[in-house]
Each structure stands twice: as C-alpha cells, then as structure tokens.
Design a protein around this ligand. Structure first.
Ligand SMILES: Cc1cc2nc3c(=O)[nH]c(=O)nc-3n(C[C@H](O)[C@H](O)[C@H](O)COP(=O)(O)OP(=O)(O)OC[C@H]3O[C@@H](n4cnc5c(N)ncnc54)[C@H](O)[C@@H]3O)c2cc1C
Length: 370
C-alpha cells in the first residue's frame, strides 16, 4: 500500500488532502509553486456538506469562529426587492448551515493545521517530470531534486501542471461566457445575510466574511473572454454595480482598492481521474463556475474521501476505484449544473422558476452523506 504520497498544490484541496492523509498514517510531502500560501480571490462560501467534511478533521469550529456564519440566501431584483430566500439546513449540530470566510484566513487555518503534522512543505516548487509504473512515480522537481513516491496527488488547480503531464489528452478549461468582478468592502453592521441581486446581463452578490468585512462580486455576461486583471480597478467595478438598488449603492461607494476581474471557466476530466499512480483532485479534476458556490467544497471533500479510501483499501488500485465511485457523479453534477445556471443567466428561460428549482435540487443532493 501507499506509504509516501506527494501532493502537488497547497490550495484547499491539497492542504486538506495532506491533513487527512497524515491522519490516516501516510507520509506526505506538498510541492507548492508559490513561495508561501497565496490564495487567489477575496472570500469564499463553504456550504453545509464541506463544513461537515471539515468538521471531521476538527477544523470547522475554527473556520466558523474566524469567518461569518450564514443561513438564509436572499434573491432580490436589481431594484432590491427580495423575491425568494433559500434556507439551507445545518448538517452538524452546533454549526451554522454555511460559513463565508476570507480566503487568506482559510489558507492560514489549513496551513497551520498542516504545519502541526510531519508533512514536508516545499515552497517555490513544482514537478517537471512524472514517470509512473505499477508501483509508484519517479518525480523530478523544478528544483532539480528527484524522489520516488507511491502516489502523486495533483491538487494544483484549474491550470494543473500534473494534469498537463499525466493527462495530455484532456483539453483546456472552457470559458462560460461570463466574467466576475470581486472586491472587499467594510461590512455595515446590519448587513448580516447573503444577498444576490439579479439584473439584466449581470448579478451582484454581497457576502459578509467577518465582523469587519464583506466581499462583493458582480457576474457579467461577456461574449468575449476578458483578460485576468487585478489592481486599480475599483472604479470599473463600481460602474458595473451602477443601477442596482438595495444594499448595492452603499457597498459600491465603499469598495476597497484591489478589485479583480476574471473570466469564469469550467472543466471536467472524465472518469477516472487516475493514470497509474497519479490522481487528480479539486479544480485540477473538476473546475466549476461559482453559480452554486461549491468548487472549494467538493475540492476539500475529495482529499478527505481519498484518505478514507486509501486508509482502508487493500491496494492503491482498489482505493482509487472506490474514490472515483464516490466522487465523479458529485463533481459532474456541480460542474454541469453550475454551467446550466450560467447559461440561464445569459439566456433566461421562459419559466424562471427552473433556476431556483435546479439550485434547490443540486444543494439537496449535495447535502447527502459523502
Ligand atoms: C469567482 C469564483 C468564486 C468562487 N466562489 C466559491 C465559493 O463561494 N465556494 C466554493 O466552494 N468555491 C468557490 N469557488 C471555487 C474555488 O475557488 C475552487 O474550487 C477552489 O479554490 C479549488 O481548490 P484547489 O485547491 O483545487 O485549487 P486552488 O485553490 O487553485 O489551489 C491550487 C494550489 O496549487 C498551487 N499550484 C498551481 N500550480 C502549481 C504547480 N504547477 N505546482 C505546484 N503548485 C501549484 C497554487 O499556487 C495553489 O496554492 C469560486 C471560484 C471562483 C473562480
């Protein structure tokens, strides 16, 4: 069975996998491209199922304590009239249904937990060569170091190098026809719940992430894929929020510098996400548009399920097969249903109720035990 495992990528998928794998008794190394943990983006919503998964690692309480607990999600018109409210159930007694948290703070919590284990973290490092056989993988790192591992886990995100090396036949992530602005703003004391305002050709979301802050986003239909930009873009993002009512004008006026614009993309690697002794998890295997806020959720679940199966199976092959049986359909549903919601935002269906119905059905299925 696998004894030494290399995890490529120190994002939510990689850090959670490393934690779960060390707890299951494996020796783990992480290779992270950046010189420190550097999550992209501002905040993230963790839904009820990933919160339950993180609870199994003993991390959910700390995440809730450093984030902002959420319950209802309010759907409003562009003018600010709430027309629907979703109420996801809590799955762990004592924890809220969902929690939103700064990505930086989440990375710090996961990073500290990994630092408390024997895991070796190689920063400023990626993999240049992966050569696998039936027993393991010979790895050449970008530093020139060479080593052999029983298993390599590709957790290096949507543009995964591990995927490019081990799955050269898989295509590139596809642009979904929408882009997203994101920025942070001070949280007004009364803005405690999640509001999503639906306009024509765009929508605005406001999500509290701490006592002090919320993150604001604007999803915009854009036929041509925009280049990724970050920096002095606050005025452009503010312009994208013009014409909205409710809380939006107040938040637009107080956006902090450092807004980011990025294209929304998706990719689903076919079953199995396995080549010999290399397996993909997280966005490397299934990158989704954020229409149901579940990409990070299924990424952290992947690592926990992988450790669970490796910990109890009689062989790596059996473990990877069992892992795929538990993960593929779930990831497929998140990626494909999120893309459907994106298409409906761009080309609204005659019966608008199908949108909320698909969100409800998907979240209901995802709340089932993993
Ligand atoms: C606009 C937007 C909003 C979102 N909102 C939500 C949300 O509210 N809730 C939710 O659940 N999900 C959300 N997601 C999805 C979520 O961000 C991703 O699914 C999640 O970050 C995936 O985690 P990961 O660890 O697989 O990949 P990543 O977070 O991309 O982490 C990959 C890690 O690998 C490292 N890396 C990259 N290349 C290499 C390499 N060659 N070698 C070594 N290391 C490498 C990176 O530096 C990084 O540390 C959103 C996504 C977007 C785009």
């Amino acid at each position: 069975m696998a004894q030494r495992i290399l995890v490529v990528g120190g994002g939510p998928a990689g850090l959670t996998a490393a934690l779960a794998l060390t707890r299951a008794g494996f020796g783990v190394e992480i290779a992270e491209l950046e010189e420190h943990l550097a999550p992209a983006g501002i905040g993230v919503l963790l839904q009820n199922s990933p919160l339950r998964a993180l609870h199994s690692l003993g991390l959910a309480e700390e995440i809730v304590a450093h984030g902002w607990p959420h319950g209802p999600v309010h759907m409003a018109t562009a003018e600010g009239q709430v027309f629907d409210t979703a109420n996801p159930p809590a799955l762990v007694p004592g924890l809220p249904p969902t929690v939103a948290i700064s990505r930086r703070v989440l990375a710090d919590i996961l990073g500290r937990a990994v630092a408390g284990t024997d895991t070796r973290l190689r920063f400023s490092t990626t993999v240049d060569v992966l050569a696998w056989d039936d027993e393991g993988v010979d790895v050449v790192f970008s530093t020139g170091d060479r080593d052999r591992f029983d298993l390599v886990v590709g957790a290096d995100g949507i543009n995964s190098r591990v995927r490019h090396l081990a799955f050269p036949d898989v295509g590139e992530p596809e642009y979904a026809g929408q882009s997203i602005w994101r920025a942070r703003a001070p949280r007004p004391a009364d803005l405690t719940e999640y509001f999503m305002y639906h306009g024509h050709g765009s929508k605005v979301g406001l999500v509290a992430i701490s006592d002090e802050h919320l993150y604001a986003y604007v999803v915009i239909d854009a036929r041509t894929e925009p280049a990724h930009r970050r920096g002095d873009l606050t005025d452009e993002m503010r312009a994208a929020m013009a014409g909205y009512g409710g809380w939006v004008p107040e938040i637009a006026a107080t956006l902090e510098p450092g807004a980011e614009l990025r294209a929304l993309k998706a990719l689903l690697v076919d079953d199995p996400w396995v080549r010999g002794r290399v397996v993909l998890i997280g966005d490397a295997a299934h990158a989704t548009t954020p229409h149901i806020s579940y990409g990070l959720g299924i990424a952290v679940e992947d690592g926990i399920v992988l450790a669970d199966e490796l910990g109890r199976a009689s062989s790596i092959d059996a473990a990877l097969e069992a892992f795929m049986a538990r993960r593929f359909e779930r990831a497929r549903m998140v990626v494909e249903n999120s893309l459907q919601l994106s298409r409906w935002e761009q080309h609204p269906p005659e019966d608008r109720s199908v949108y909320g119905a698909l969100v409800g059905r998907t979240l209901g299925t995802l709340a089932q035990p993993i």
